[in-house]
Design a protein around this ligand. Structure first.
Ligand SMILES: [Zn+2]
Ligand SMILES: [Zn+2]
Length: 380
């Protein structure tokens, strides 16, 4: 892992646990589409049910460059400028708002992007990722780093519902991957992964590699389909088989060959390229399950509908990670998921431009790139 020199530490000595944290903090503000800077702004105050956290590790998500560039503005991400994005993080609780019952000052936590209102039909069923009050912050809904300020900052306020305690032996860096891991786990849960089967993962990016490790932890054999260096990273982190897009004439045939001709029990699509949605269905066996994680462009993507019907294949859309953080963090704690192995680079917040450049351009074999807003000091 590449650790870049710390240029500047925290504004506050955050080793000291305090009841009130006031003053200024560093935050990455998106000023206009494509333009962002580290700027000093006021530390926010926690409201009822919220806590203030000192952010220790933020993982750059594949969706962040689109939020920074203004490409997903039509979704309301970001809703205004300047805006603080970021949603994959681990942090330490430094101040409690009123009526916080689940956390105390000093707790180490991992965050989630989605916080539901808690009272609509979807939230009541546990699907707060699909909250019917989406975008209504007065009703208690937040999509952190998307329509509500997020974690590219030294401090941020979060609803207690969006935070999960870190097991003692899980570091902040590992904890920042709980959100990615949660989405991967949600996909696997939806497909009903069982031990002894085959899971195909299309796309060996951070989401695909995390899906591979979780599927393996759940007892499935794993086949990862992709290209170049990242395929080798997936292999190193435990993929049973790899299918190289650039070498295999027909990736669907290659998967069938590896699965005794029948296809896989589950296929998880994490690539988002033009053919992946179509091939995902073709790679599944009869009565298999397909989960689609990547969000396609507005022109949509073709799915192999005839194969889906004739082979009675179930296709699941996967949105985010409701009720998945605890399981993923426990699997990290047990050593079944090597989150550390995916983190190739860390940067201080002042080097945010270098960090994004490294992540976007996959420089130096970059897989997951993590920012340390409060310096390199990682552990308690
Ligand atoms: Zn993310
Ligand atoms: Zn709701």
């Amino acid at each position: 892992m590449k650790v870049y020199p710390r240029i500047c530490g925290a504004v506050f000595n955050n080793e000291k646990e305090s009841d009130k944290v006031e003053g200024k903090m560093k935050a990455v503000q998106i000023l206009e589409p494509g333009k962002f800077e580290v700027i000093s702004i006021d530390i926010p105050k926690p409201r009822r049910g919220e806590v203030l956290v000192a952010v220790q590790s933020v993982a750059i998500c594949g969706s962040d460059p689109n939020i920074f560039s203004g490409k997903v503005r039509k979704n309301g991400w970001p809703p205004y400028y300047p805006f603080v994005a970021g949603h994959e993080f681990a942090a330490r609780v430094v101040e409690l708002g009123e009526a916080v019952t689940t956390l105390k000052v000093g707790d180490r936590v991992a965050g989630e992007a989605h916080c539901g209102c808690g009272t609509c039909e979807m939230c009541m069923q546990g699907f707060y990722n699909l909250c019917l009050n989406y975008g209504n912050s007065d009703a208690g809904h937040h999509h952190y780093g998307h329509n509500t300020p997020g974690c590219y900052a030294q401090y941020q306020v979060y609803d207690q519902k969006a935070l999960t305690l870190l097991p003692e032996n899980v570091s902040y860096d590992e904890g920042s991957l709980a959100d990615t891991g949660g989405t991967a786990y949600n996909a696997l849960k939806l497909t009903g992964v069982e031990p002894g089967g085959y899971t195909v993962i299309i796309g060996p990016g951070p989401m695909g590699i995390m899906t591979m490790m979780l599927a393996k932890a759940m007892g499935s054999r794993t086949i990862i389909v992709g290209r170049r260096e990242r395929l080798q990273v997936a292999k190193k982190l435990g993929a049973d088989f790899i299918v190289d897009y650039e070498k295999a004439d027909d990736p669907v045939a290659a998967v069938r060959e590896l699965t005794e001709g029948f296809g896989a029990h589950q296929v998880i699509e994490c690539a988002g390229n033009a053919t992946a949605y179509f091939e995902a269905v073709k790679m599944a066996r009869k009565r298999g399950h397909v989960a689609l994680i990547s969000i396609p462009g507005d022109d949509g993507q073709e799915i192999a509908v005839k194969s889906m019907i004739m082979n009675q294949i179930t296709v699941h859309g996967v949105r985010a990670n409701p009720n998945c953080s605890r399981t993923v963090l426990n699997l990290m704690s047990q050593g079944a998921v090597d989150a550390r192995g995916m983190i190739t680079h860390t940067f201080p917040i002042d080097m945010i431009h270098e960090a994004f450049d490294t992540f976007i351009n996959r420089k130096d074999g970059a897989v997951k790139v993590v920012i340390h807003p409060n310096g390199e000091e990682q552990e308690k």
